[in-house]
Ligand binder design. Structure first.
Ligand SMILES: Cc1cc2nc3c(=O)[nH]c(=O)nc-3n(C[C@H](O)[C@H](O)[C@H](O)COP(=O)(O)O)c2cc1C
Length: 551
């Protein structure tokens, strides 16, 4: 079997069906619940400074790359970058148990994603180039290794001055503990959220964030010290995912983003400090996850740019929905635990929200994911004032309109909704109340029917896997996760709330839209509406002595 066929086999085997769910333990073994906080015992810790001062731009400014003047790279701005991407945003407490929430959401709040910083000398941080692990609970950096300035210069010689790197990895065990075989999907969706969170956080500082696409996973692991088997428990290794170039200037994206392989070897040969903490006392082993992870390992690829996004005007006719700052919106992001089944949003609000999801070459966060857009939306519209309830479709890349039209139900209307901006490729497919249907296909979760709208993210599936290889399976989830991250923030900006939905019945969703065969597959669901607060929970602030109750 070719690796891309293994990815497809994994996808098929981890579908939820009406007749049964993907394979998992079927119960939660609380005694082995993984620690959500990785630490490297023995590595020196550098606390990052925190400030309550909000100097971030208005939320609505961050999506255009040229609207925010770049801030200099210093200890304070590096701290702010993590504070608005991977940091803790609050603690919740109920009947003696306490759990942390972060700026990036996570399936089951299990947080498989870990972050790393690879950076040259910075005043107040280090005189020598270094690699750090980001510790969200402490909002601190753990020093893993240092290397010479010569090696640093060689490593980043293709990047604009003062650029630095952020790495992301996944600890699959954290998700597998609860979700069994389907966990690999959740890690990848979470990665998409984290990537978009980094892109958006960078944008608040005027920094451009790009995925270094040609790099192999082996090289990412080497550079971040993830291949140092002796420093991790064998079942708690971190899978290398992505390396990001953070460019703190208005300079254009370098035509080829890559790092020196020789410099990576030299960094890897250095002395590394710290040993990864144990997350669980014992583990359940899911061979299917090992198999899909091996198949989807990314090799070094020649092409940096996978293509180009269309140039679009965006949905400019709609005024910003909020005057709140980017920091405020990012740090207040939460998942709704229930939606009220009443709150409606306006048609213009709906169009503006969807408009944020259209990728073009210079907008955030799509510049990080890279073209071509492969994920489209099948929408369940419940409560949008001025729109008929029913099924709608958003086609995120123009060349997919014809294939989607011919791939979906022949009776669909493909009608432009009233007042829809010309630049928004949204279509009414079928009218009707679909609240029950939306909940039913989202694993019977009422939240999918109780919002203003919910949606399935329908990816082009076979063609990209055949074309790029199995590693692109992960990218489809990344794109879906990034769409989710933007929707989370848009909901906050509109004064409502949203929730990512990883639990859905795969093929029944395809049936709703009439999609037959594996050409298109739903990768993730999402819902948005008026939240119902759980008043039993106490909210505590994120950090330090100020973690007083603030109900
Ligand atoms: C990939 C993904 C899948 C999720 N799936 C569900 C789901 O099926 N049902 C649900 O109620 N919440 C779901 N959530 C929401 C998480 O439970 C939530 O993000 C987590 O508890 C952390 O809370 P926060 O988002 O408020 O920080 C999902 C979140 C993500 C990122």
């Amino acid at each position: 079997m070719e690796p891309w066929e293994c990815a497809i086999a994994y996808h098929n085997q981890t579908k939820h069906h009406f007749r049964g769910y993907a394979r998992s333990l079927g119960y939660l073994d609380w005694a082995t619940q993984p620690d959500p906080f990785r630490r490297f015992d023995g590595a020196p810790v550098l606390p990052l400074p925190r400030t309550d001062e909000d100097s971030s731009p208005p939320y609505s400014d961050i999506y255009a790359l040229d609207r925010v003047a770049p801030k200099p790279v210093c200890l304070g701005t590096i701290s702010e970058f993590f504070y608005l991407s991977l940091a803790i945003s609050a603690w919740k407490e109920y009947e003696g148990s306490r759990w942390a929430l972060r700026c990036n959401p996570s399936s089951g709040n299990l947080h498989p994603t870990e972050g790393y910083l690879v950076i040259g000398p910075v005043d107040g941080l280090s005189d020598t180039p270094s690699i750090y692990h980001y510790a969200p609970k402490e909002h601190a950096l753990e020093l893993r290794t240092c290397f010479s300035i010569e090696v640093w210069k060689q490593l980043v010689k293709g990047l604009p001055p003062r650029s630095f790197l952020v790495g992301l990895s996944s600890i699959t065990w954290r998700e597998a503990w609860k979700y069994g075989e389907r966990a690999y999907r959740y890690c990848q969706q979470d990665m998409g959220h984290a990537l978009a969170a980094c892109s958006i956080s960078g944008a608040t500082l005027g920094w451009r964030v790009h995925l270094i696409n040609p790099m192999s996973d082996v090289d990412v692991a080497k550079l971040l010290g993830l291949d140092r088997r002796e420093q991790f428990h064998e079942r708690e290794m971190e899978d290398p995912e992505a390396l990001l170039a953070i460019i703190p200037s208005l300079s254009d994206r370098p035509p080829t983003l890559t790092l020196s392989a020789a410099a990576i070897e030299q960094v890897a040969a250095g002395e590394w400090q710290g040993r990864a903490n144990r997350l669980s006392s014992s583990h359940v082993h899911w061979e299917l996850i090992d198999a899909v992870a091996e198949s989807c390992e990314k090799p070094a690829t020649e092409i940096d740019d996978l293509g180009s996004y269309p140039v679009r005007g965006g949905i400019r006719s709609v005024a910003p929905t909020t005057t709140a700052s980017a920091r405020q919106i990012i740090r207040q992001r939460r998942s709704a635990v229930a939606l009220d089944g009443r709150t409606a949003i306006s048609r213009d609000q709906f169009y503006a929200t969807l408009g944020r999801l259209l990728p073009c070459s210079n907008n955030v966060p799509w510049s990080i994911i890279g073209p071509p857009a492969k994920v489209h939306l099948g929408l369940f519209v419940h409560r949008v004032t001025g729109l008929e309830p029913g099924l709608y479709g958003l086609v995120r890349s123009p060349e997919q309109e014809e294939p989607l039209r011919s791939g979906m139900k022949p009776g669909f209307a493909w009608q432009r909704p009233p007042g829809c901006p010309a630049s928004l490729p949204l279509y009414l497919l079928e009218t009707g109340n679909c609240t029950t249907l939306a909940a039913r296909v989202s694993c019977l979760q009422e939240i999918a029917g109780d919002g203003a709208f919910s949606l399935g993210m329908i990816a082009e599936f076979i063609e990209p896997l055949e074309r790029y290889g199995a590693w692109f399976y992960r990218r489809l989830f990344w794109e879906a996760g990034a769409i989710g991250q933007v929707l989370y923030l848009e909901a906050e900006a509109a004064g409502i709330r949203s929730t990512g939905i990883g639990c859905y019945f795969d093929d029944p969703v395809h049936d709703v839209f009439g999609l037959r065969g594996p050409q298109y597959q739903s990768m993730y669901h999402f819902t948005m509406g008026g939240p119902v607060e759980d008043s039993r929970l106490t909210t505590l602030s994120a950090y330090g002595a100020d973690r007083a109750a603030c109900r």
